[in-house]
Design a protein around this ligand. Structure first.
Ligand code: SF4
Length: 330
């Protein structure tokens, strides 16, 4: 699956649900959203069929997302189906971490190899206010469970937000080094359901690096970046006692669209060639109407061929996606 700019899709993001057990203020209103009806969600078999076709088309990495993917009880079966393909793709998961204490082992046994946990603060009151749920302890326990299950390295995704958690950049890194997890700071993107994002308010990659430089010496990590969106830095405390690796993802100010290798499948079976795409390719209808593998693959190729050069957030014509992040998948 190749686009007009020569980029080849090798990384498939699969949203398995739009539902979530948190209500993060930057993602959705307190009452939640109009969830996708259950009969419109792809079944485990349908999801695995699309993954199989994508793998045959060159996809080598499959990341399961939501909403919150752990709210789906058949996630292990979906992962096992994907992991059992030949050639087997690398399987990863992005989660808020709640529920990992019970399922990290079974997910690992199903074929999961890597995990990213979203965590924006280590302060319980702040976590409760940000997510509208008092679940910080569950998330931290989930991270420990993932480590114990051998999902190494556990990556932590943190979105610094002005006046909310941007004073925790240094303390989060210290915690990550102590905990043996890899922290990645991600610039906030205009993906909230309330359309409240503002470029002026966004905490930029440069600001994050300046904060880090106040407490650590920073060296660019010696490795090829490729299509990895994270610029990785080796950070060492000023007394030289602690060292670790931190990623900074400048999604807005340092876009990596020119090297994008991603394609997304929503939980209701719509293929998206970009996070910010204004259009989707309906795979669910043909899947349920008896389309052959070849017919579905043609649709997938056509979808990717129409991919734009980038997200265009800085262009005057930019429009946020019609669906919120929880429905698109991270
Ligand atoms: S914004 Fe679109 S083109 Fe850019 S990296 Fe994300 S998915 Fe790829």
């Amino acid at each position: 699956m190749v686009d007009a700019f020569g980029r080849i899709a090798t990384d498939l993001r699969v949203s398995v649900t739009d539902r979530c057990n948190l209500r993060c203020t930057y993602c959705m209103p307190p009452e939640g959203l109009d969830w996708i009806p259950g009969d419109e969600l792809l079944s485990a078999d349908e999801l695995v069929r699309v993954v199989r076709l994508a793998v045959a088309e060159g996809v080598t990495e499959v990341r399961f997302t939501g909403g919150e993917p752990l709210v789906r009880p058949d996630l292990e079966a979906i992962i096992a189906g994907a992991a059992g393909l030949s050639p087997a793709p690398s399987i990863s998961l992005t989660t808020n971490g709640i529920g990992l204490t019970k399922r990290a082992e079974s997910l690992r046994a199903a074929g999961l190899t890597r995990i990213n946990v979203s965590l924006d603060t280590l302060d319980r009151e702040r976590f409760t206010s940000l997510t509208r749920r008092d679940r910080l302890a569950d998330v931290l326990d989930g991270i420990e469970a993932a480590k114990a299950a051998g999902l190494h390295p556990v990556k932590i995704n943190t979105v610094p937000m002005r006046g909310v958690n941007d004073d925790e950049v240094v303390s989060l890194v210290r915690w990550a080094i102590d905990s043996g997890v890899h922290l990645r700071f991600i610039e906030q993107m205009p993906l909230d359901a309330q359309h409240a994002w503002s470029r002026q308010e966004m905490v930029k990659a440069d600001e994050i690096l300046a904060q880090l430089a106040s407490a650590f010496t920073l060296e660019p990590a010696a490795e090829v970046r490729g299509s990895d969106p994270a610029e990785r830095w080796t950070v060492t405390s000023l007394d030289g006692a602690a060292t670790g690796v931190v990623g900074v993802i400048g999604s807005v100010t340092r876009p990596f669209c020119a090297a994008c290798d991603r394609v997304r499948l929503t939980s209701d079976g719509q293929l998206r060639n970009c996070l910010f795409s204004q259009t989707e390719t309906d795979l669910r209808t043909p899947l349920r109407n008896g389309a052959s593998d070849e017919e579905v693959v043609v649709l997938m190729r056509e979808c990717l061929a129409a991919k734009k050069a980038g997200h265009g957030i800085d262009e005057p014509t930019f429009l946020p996606p019609l669906r919120p992040m929880s429905a698109i998948g991270g």
